[in-house]
Design a protein. Structure first.
Length: 367
């Protein structure tokens, strides 16, 4: 058998009311919490109220920082980090989609380290971050079970990630009732992000036996949701399956990271404000076609798990989920191709890729 490393630092609870049933794992993190969330998701999902009621029931003090933007910038997490440091909090609670959960990891580090946020990207910090509890309100990011955080860096005109084992959330509560307030578009885009994590983790030079197991099961479960997702039918069972699939996909990329669909997609988000999952979704079909010459069997495994016959059928299905009428100039696509080459995850793609390949994928996907 091949050698592998498997790492996860998160105790994850799944199921309806799992946070109330297991609140001991939340309240043991300290006497004061700094809650990191977005402007709306924490409140509309009901998760923020539930956390507050648990804290008030046992006398834990808390401060709410609800200023996390979509695709949080270094400046945004710096603000949160300063507020967290001034709050004397013992732990961080992240509530929301990928943006608040990723920001929570950055803020957990900035709360205990007097550094500039750009240093996060190089893991250049010295003190242990505050412990983190994570409560996802979307079914897509998987951030609740990973040690990765994606931040927007205007200086580099892109999003970049840092990964550090000390920011695995100590505990995560995955309750599908918190995903019920998502709009159709957010539900679909985040689901596509999760599928993209499973696919890119599986078609990845660093894939292992264990990451493959998580990836294929994530895709199996996602495959059970395809019809409902295509018909915008988000019943509770489908929401639970999507949340479960996104967790499995998160456990996949916690081992492997992503590849070029994410690497290219960051530019679509940075320059055109296309939501992250949708950006991946627009690229996935051509990404599969590009890799098919070196990974035919593995791509067939992906399609089998999804219960889709061919890459063409996959493309037809994706067009039902994500479409874009945004126009791109040749110069824009060339710029995105160049920026994608600089992403760390490019080297993990199964088929070696050059800038011209990136451009072709972009042109076929968006041109
Ligand atoms: Fe993603």
């Amino acid at each position: 058998m091949t050698k592998f490393k498997f790492q996860s630092g998160t105790k994850a609870y799944f199921g309806k009311d799992c946070m109330f049933d297991n609140k001991g794992d939340l309240i043991k993190l300290g006497k004061k919490a700094f809650i990191v969330t977005g402007k709306t998701s924490g409140k509309t999902s009901g998760a923020l109220d539930d956390v507050v009621s648990i804290f008030e029931g046992v006398g834990i003090k808390y401060e709410v920082f609800d200023k996390i933007e979509n695709n949080p910038s270094l400046e945004n997490v710096k603000l949160g980090g300063m507020a967290a440091a001034n709050s004397d909090a013992d732990f961080i609670v992240g509530i929301g989609g990928g943006s608040p959960l990723d920001a929570a990891k950055a803020i957990a580090i900035l709360a205990t380290n007097d550094i500039e946020p750009i240093q996060l990207i190089k893991n250049d910090f010295y003190n242990r971050p505050l412990p983190i509890a994570a409560i996802p309100t979307t079914a897509g990011t998987g951030s609740e079970v990973t040690a990765a955080s994606i931040l927007t860096i205007p200086e580099y005109e892109t999003k970049m990630s840092f990964v550090h084992e000390d920011v695995f959330p100590k505990v995560a509560f995955l309750d599908a009732k918190y995903t019920e307030s998502m709009s159709r578009d957010i539900a679909v885009n985040t689901a596509v992000d999760a599928m993209s994590h499973a696919i890119e983790g599986y078609l990845n030079k660093t894939a292992t036996l264990v990451s493959d197991m998580f990836a294929i099961e994530a895709l199996n479960v996602f495959g059970e949701c395809l019809i409902n997702l295509g018909e915008n039918n988000f019943d509770y069972e489908t929401r639970e399956k999507l949340l479960y699939s996104s967790m499995l996909a998160g456990l996949t990329i916690a081992q492997t990271g992503t590849t070029i669909a994410h690497g290219i997609g960051y530019s679509l988000t940075y320059f055109k404000n296309i939501p992250h999952g949708k950006a991946n979704g627009l690229l996935l079909t051509e990404y599969l076609r590009f890799n098919n010459s070196v990974a035919k069997d593995r791509i067939q495994n992906v399609l089998n798990a999804l219960k889709i016959k061919s890459i063409d059928d996959f493309g037809s299905y994706m067009k039902k989920l994500v479409i874009s009428d945004i126009e791109f100039s040749e110069d824009e696509l060339k710029k995105y191709a160049s920026l994608a080459m600089k992403q760390k995850n490019t080297a993990k793609n199964l088929r070696s890729v050059c800038e011209e390949d990136m451009y072709e994928i972009l042109l076929k996907s968006l041109g």
